[in-house]
Design a protein around this ligand. Sequence first.
Ligand SMILES: [Zn+2]
Length: 392
Amino acid sequence: MERCVGVEWELEKVLQRFRSYGESLDRSLETLLVSVKQLREELCSHALQGVPLSPALSLMMSQRCHKIRETVQKLASDHKDMHSSVSRVGKAIDRNFEAEVCAVVADGMWEATEKQQLLHSAIMEHLYQQGHLAVAEELSQESALNIDTSFKQPFLEMNRILEALQARDLRPALEWAISNRQGLQELNSSLEFRLHRLHFINLLSGGPNMQIEALTYARQFQPFAKLHQQDIQVIMGSLVYLQHGIENSPYSYLLDTEQWTDISEQFTRDACCLLGLSVESPLSVGFASGCVALPVLMNIKAVIEQRQYTGVWTHKDELPIEIDLGRKSGYHSVFACPILRQQTSDSNPPIKLVCGHVISRDALNKLINGGKLKCPYCPMEQNPADGKRIIF
Ligand SMILES: [Zn+2]
């Protein structure tokens, strides 16, 4: 962040210079125009009267021409001076940001067509998730990716509902919640109740005229009476203040506009969960993780190069150090072989022995002696072929 501030500071200086240059440019041009106009009028009157140019007027003319040349030169040199400020911004960007990040990425990482397709699909999924449907369609055509409609459908529907929520229209969200009631109940979601509640509050904000309608709508709360009893009591209590306006009552917080943001967030969360989508697109998760990991990896790379430890990190499928991205980014369990002290991988998967201990396949192969395996943790002897691969 402080790097951005560093660049912004330089940028602000340039903008300031541009502004003051613009102002002085306007002023100078304005003065010149006025004097040229005056001169023109005098010349015209001389021409009309058929009087030859007086020496005083010729002197004035040459003075004005001189002034014009001078001003233009000054403006040009001031403009030139600004180049140094502009180039300082470029230098600040170079100083504060790493231009060369490919050093920490394996060569040819994205060269294979299959990898590029994966990248394009990730970008497209992100665009769909963010609601940029037209851009996603364009990318789909340009990258010749055939995305079937079943992939797009959930995003299209979600975006339609979210757009309606932004426009304060609860209907599509309510219809969705009602038709997905069972799934939402299994998730222990309060979405449907909260949508009804918001609709009710909306009616209340209409004032005393809406009282009958609000009371009629209150019947919708009946299926939720047990689970949300207290909430229902609170909103029904607010009816007492309907005559004087809820906004002037202790219940004014019910009209808080933040509830619309909250309901959109809850809808996104629950809908993604129900549709088997991640709330954040894989691309944004990858990008956020990269922002954390990249500086660390760049430092490690620099240290490795400085000390000339070549071959320590070959970019294969493992990072040279562990990077903590926080619990939020923990998606898969990992297993490190206790014998080889290495993280297991597809080519060296974890194997559960008959006795229940787990080691990696490479470790197992190393421990085989005369066709038999003796567990390194308990003395149980067993047939190596009886070990079973574990998938985390
Ligand atoms: Zn064992």
